[in-house]
Design a protein around this ligand. Structure first.
Ligand code: SF4
Length: 373
């Protein structure tokens, strides 16, 4: 059968995640790591309980390092090619929770360089401006500015470059081609870029002047970078970065992840709430073509992006989520009602998020690494 399509630039949702774990050589999240996490956080986030974060590399070792008092940090990021949508904030919500529970610093990379090199039509200036817009979303989600350090690649390169040159010397063109699918027509910016994404995984060790264990919560589509980062770490004198991978939030149509290439299927944090509601109401579902058939045969929440939105973000309560699942399966719940309820929750979330987003314009610089170190 065909291998699932997962590279940092192309990814499906509803893929066979078990198969991905095997292909990437990661490990499924087991009770062992979950219990360790509970031990240090006191409770479990819904994204852990529901295995939205479902696979890892050395998460157990990272938590043990934390417990033993070694220095730990978090690292995640964003390619600021446009406004933020709900698929982007999924790992940020979890990262914020970890930061709150554990009190560790988060390094957040804005890869404006990568997005410019990768984009066919957007200018560097436009993409760089989106980096600042995207920081407003971090603020609106409540990430602590004292512990959240944003690195905008094109402006903060001095923090990364001394590390990147060492990484660059160890990566060959053939590794780049094999890992990222680069070809002879790939521009050389893209070919250099992975050194910068990897550099942030080592950066906390340089900044603090002591070995720092870095945990990276991110979508599994970013995994190719971390495989190289782990391979190179020992020879460069850094601890191997550890990962916890999340599933991708599906878009509101059939099959793909929520993606900027299909804006009508993605809910942006900047969408007017009424527009977002309309997108939800027009969304694809796992339901039957008519209400009569739905009542008779039931729907299929397992392939339904509306259900996934509840499961991954908008329903905190496990019992209520379970009730929705069975009401759908048994035909007691109709898609119109189910979508209308989600549309309302999404609109409420956006209203509050957008107010906080606007307020954050006054203190955005508190997130910038260059104002702190
Ligand atoms: Fe999806 Fe809800 Fe319809 Fe079930 S009832 S298929 S969960 S929209």
């Amino acid at each position: 059968s065909q291998e699932p399509q997962i590279t940092p630039w192309e990814a499906e949702a509803f893929v066979d995640y078990e198969k991905l774990i095997r292909i990437f050589g990661a490990k499924p999240l087991t009770d062992n790591e979950i219990e360790l996490l509970r031990k240090v956080t006191g409770e479990l986030h819904l994204m852990i309980r529901r295995r939205i974060f479902y696979s890892h590399r050395d998460l157990d070792k990272w938590i043990e390092a934390y417990i033993s008092g070694r220095r730990c940090a978090l690292y995640t990021g964003r390619g600021p090619s446009g406004h933020t949508h709900l698929g982007h904030i999924l790992p940020w919500i979890f990262t914020k929770w970890l930061q709150d529970k554990l009190g560790v610093d988060l390094f957040f990379q804005m890869t404006d360089d990568e997005k410019f090199w990768h984009s066919e039509e957007k200018s560097y200036e436009e993409i760089n401006a989106y980096a600042y817009e995207n920081i407003l979303d971090l603020a609106a989600l409540g990430l602590d500015p004292r512990k959240t350090h944003v690195i905008i690649d094109s402006e903060d390169i001095a923090f990364l470059y001394p590390i990147a040159i060492k990484i660059a010397k160890k990566i060959t063109l053939s590794t780049q081609k094999a890992t990222f699918g680069f070809t002879d027509s790939t521009n050389i910016g893209m070919i250099f870029y992975p050194t910068l994404q990897i550099a942030v995984a080592y950066f906390p060790t340089e900044l603090y002047g002591e070995p720092t264990e870095v945990l990276i919560p991110a979508g599994i589509d970013q995994d190719p970078y971390w495989r190289i980062a782990r391979d190179l770490a020992p020879s460069l004198g850094y601890p191997k970065p550890t990962q916890i991978h999340c599933k991708l939030l599906p878009g509101l149509d059939i099959g793909g992840k929520m993606s900027a290439s299909k804006p009508e299927t993605a809910i942006y944090t900047t969408d007017p709430p009424e527009i977002a509601k309309q997108k939800v109401m027009k969304g694809y579902t796992g339901g039957q073509p008519t209400a009569e058939l739905q009542k008779k045969l039931g729907g299929n929440p397992d392939i339904c992006p509306i259900y996934k939105m509840y499961e991954m973000i908008f329903e905190e309560d496990d019992k209520k989520l379970n009730e929705r699942y069975y009401a759908c399966k048994t035909g007691k719940l109709l898609c119109g009602e189910c979508k209308a309820e989600l549309a309302e929750r999404v609109a409420q979330f956006l209203k509050q998020h957008q107010q906080k987003r606007e307020k954050a314009r006054d203190y955005i610089e508190k997130y910038l690494i260059r104002t702190k170190f």
